[in-house]
Write a protein that binds this ligand. Sequence first.
Ligand code: XMP
Length: 513
Amino acid sequence: MSHQTVIVLDFGGQYNQLIARRVRECSVYCEVKPYNAPLAQLKAMEPIGIIFTGGPNSVYLEDAPHVDPEIFTWGVPILGICYGCQLMAQTLGGTVTQAQEDAAREYGKTVTYYDTSYKLFRGLPAQSISWMSHSDYMAAVPQGFALTAHSDACPNVAIADEARGFYGVQFHPEVNHTEYGLDMLRNFLYGVCGAVGDWTMGDYKNTAIQAVREKVGDGRVLLALSGGVDSSVVAALLAEAVGKQLTCVFVDHGFMRLHEGDEVEAAFAPWDIHFVRVDAEARFLARLAGVTDPERKRKIIGEEFIRVFEEEAKKIGAVDFLAQGTIYPDIIESGLGDAAVIKSHHNVGGLPDYVDFQEIIEPLRLLFKDEVRQLGRELGLPEYLVSRQPFPGPGLAIRILGELTKERADLLRQADFIFRDEVAKAGEDRHMDQYFAVLTNLHSVGVMGDSRTYECTLALRAVVTSDFMTADWARIPYDLLDKISTRIVNEVAGINRIVYDITSKPPATVEWE
Ligand code: XMP
């Protein structure tokens, strides 16, 4: 695939993936590389520009991450952000020190004044808010550099050497708090690096399909389709590329949401592929009978899933390729630490050991989640599949506290559907990242009509989060909660009480089990 490339050189900052996503939002392809990646490898990528990220270190400390100064001789424009700015300043002959007084140390939203005659700030207001997070200070800037922005507290907020195409900013243009941050990145990409904007999902779709065709030839491909966003988009891409050579195995373990299995099947009906839907509800329920411990539930479901998939794969016989929905955040190497950590991701743990295939293909390995969704839309997948909230592999099984039976699963399915339906109708889904119902193992007394009831308590859970590592409980409007509660109690026999979970993560987790 030929498109212009920008390298984001990672020095361990917390926003590094965000920088890469922002660059791609500007229709420019980029990859994140660890700061100590071999220079030859970076050069071979023929970047049109390089961005040095922020990082937790101080450049003047002995073991701080550095970069080979040769990179500055390539004639490739460089933008240094925060640590990256200080590193550039120091490497090219400037001085960086610890900020001695509060004056030069800045954190948070800061009024910043820009010299808009410089390309990075061209066309933008001369004064706006930027997001600062630095405790070091460029005491002296290198020769050839000019100061291009300042704040009330700090004279050296941004530097530039326009002749060489080197720019540095102490603040973080990639975060939303910096008012014109995205415009600055766009100025760097288009005004300095000469980007033409050749990274679009439409183009990506076509080149990815072509690449899959070339690689697969007349081989056979097998995919475990879970119905989640990633595996669905892989399925659609492969279906488009190789049609009948693809077999998707969709294992319904009996703990899917209401209508989910039918929706997934319907979504793939337009393509002429082998779609195997395995109704494994009965065998999963049998294996889980009497099991109440959350970890045992997960383990049993994981094992049984592999077993079912393996049986189906055996029926199909040898395949050439096993496809997986690995996405870019799963493979990015961290810029910090000598032994770079690489997360290995499998949609369904352990599968490759059990299935007869020659090679793995991962057509989404260069895409961020939002790009995967965009690609799904380009491929014509329905919006309800593409914009789906995360759904755990074990499904509703870990949202049913206590014993797992078909009756209890059906009860939860109905209640969960009403919750999601009402949230979506009210347009509140835009404000939440995940929301679902949990069937507790609590019974309580109620009164309906003139009769006493003694029925299940249902909990509603809704969270706001960007990374699911921490999460805040969603402030759902009371009127909406009221509507949901009334509907569920009226429509779902067996539930007489609804509670709303108001714990954040930590100390709670998103799921209840
Ligand atoms: P917790 O409960 O750990 O959940 O705060 C964080 C996010 O991970 C999802 N989750 C899972 N996803 N398999 C998955 O694929 C699992 O076993 C699993 N458990 C939790 C959860 O839904 C939330 O989005």
